[in-house]
Design a protein around this ligand. Structure first.
Ligand code: NAD
Length: 381
């Protein structure tokens, strides 16, 4: 069987879907790994590193795609690349089947089998494959460095001969994987940190990292679904949070926002009024830009300035840390591949498996995921 990895096409993408360590763990007498030349250039893995790990370097991408059985990727391959794959070939990566269901049509027409890494269940068994968490960890870390770099103050409390410097005050909104990593990173840099989330369990996590949990009284409403994700709140409930955030924003130097509700627009938490009340020089890093933003003044992918407050809304922050983002992603992909491939190096897709089944979007061109089928139906209307 032939597994292939090619250079990621989107502008600004630096990650590679498989790194040499993973290649070493995959190659056997019946399983070969083929790497397009230059795939690891931006993530610190040269062609020679891949060869040393047992991969074969390919210079002609089209030829490689014509004969591949499994194509692993970070981003969904272009329609042009997908068109070269043979019927029944397997594609694994962040395929965005729920955000962009229309894009699945090309895979359906080619009779491909597709697994979306964003659909890996957040279960204990699937932890080693949880690529969303891997990327969110990097994004949370990097968001704080962006804020620290832009802030005209230092983060730690310093007692110097010239007097004492007060620590920066950081507010983190949304305490999932990215938010908790942002809290931990800001604490390591010495900031005084507050965290806000609507899930009660997040309060414990925030406190355990040495931050203060900002709690809002939502009158005991359900804020979490059975899977542990936050649910969409009513405007009234959201307003209670916004009021609290507006008050705390006045004394905060940096706000990191990471609140998301799966499948919905990101909740608006930082209003224009809150931004107007912040001190000039303060910084907001909005990590929800791709789903509409948590801050009213955010411009997705851009940096805006309002009354001296800098509002950044970076997209694909994980790609700014390509070595570790690729390493983690590659390990997630490899752990998942090991569920699909048997000891003899043959593909055995068991859709009744509690990780393989939910992650599978298409099996030989058939839509097998209910959520994706519904998204496709809505898109077709
Ligand atoms: P996410 O990206 O979906 O959302 C980020 C955070 O935003 C969440 O903490 C959410 O509660 C919060 N949020 C949503 N609406 C909000 C609002 N109006 N105000 C404030 N905050 C709001 O989250 P995620 O990082 O993908 O994690 C989702 C869940 O999965 C969490 O419960 C997490 O603990 C869990 N998880 C479990 C595992 C595992 O067990 N293997 C791994 C990773 C995550």
């Amino acid at each position: 069987m032939k597994i292939a990895v090619v250079r990621e096409a989107p502008a600004g993408e630096t990650r590679a879907a498989l790194m040499p360590d993973s290649v070493r763990a995959l190659v056997t007498s019946s399983l070969t790994v083929h790497v397009e030349s230059g795939t690891g250039d931006a993530s610190g893995a040269s062609d020679a590193d891949y060869v040393a790990a047992g991969a074969q370097i390919e210079r002609d991408k089209s030829e490689l795609l014509d004969s591949v059985d499994v194509l692993v990727c970070v981003n969904r391959p272009s329609d042009h690349d997908l068109a070269r794959l043979h019927a029944g070939a397997v594609v694994i990566g962040f395929l965005r089947p729920l955000d962009e269901p229309d894009a699945m049509v090309q895979l359906i027409e080619r009779d491909l089998t597709a697994f979306a890494m964003e659909l890996i269940p957040r279960s204990t068994r699937a932890q080693s494959m949880d690529a969303l968490s891997s990327m969110a960890t990097i994004v949370g870390y990097k968001s704080v460095l962006l804020a620290a770099e832009r802030l005209p103050r230092m983060f730690p409390l310093l007692m110097t001969a010239a007097g004492t410097i007060a620590p920066a005050r950081v507010l983190v909104l949304g305490a999932g994987v990215a938010g908790l990593q942002a809290i931990a990173t800001a604490r390591r840099l010495g900031a005084v940190v507050e965290g806000y989330d609507v899930r009660a369990a997040a309060g414990e996590h925030i406190r355990s990292l040495g931050a203060k949990f900002l709690q809002v009284d939502l009158g005991g409403i359900q804020t979490e679904d059975a899977g542990g994700y936050a649910v969409e709140l009513s405007d009234e409930a959201l307003n209670r949070g916004r009021d609290l955030i507006t008050k705390h924003a006045m004394t905060t130097d940096a706000i990191i926002t990471s609140a998301q509700v799966p499948g919905k627009r990101a909740p608006l938490l930082v209003t224009e009024e809150a931004v107007a009340g912040m001190k000039p020089g303060s910084v907001i890093v909005d990590l929800a830009g791709s789903t509409g933003g948590n801050c009213a003044a955010s411009e997705s992918g851009e940096t805006a300035v309002r009354n001296g407050v800098v509002i950044m809304s970076p997209l694909n922050l994980a790609a700014t840390v390509p070595v570790h983002a690729s390493q983690l992603y590659s390990r997630n992909i490899t752990a998942f591949l090991k569920l699909l491939i048997d000891d003899k190096g043959e593909m055995k897709i068991d859709l009744s498996d509690d990780v393989v089944g939910p992650t599978c979007v298409l099996h030989q061109g058939e839509v097998v995921n209910g959520r994706v089928a519904a998204a496709l139906e809505t898109a077709a209307r």
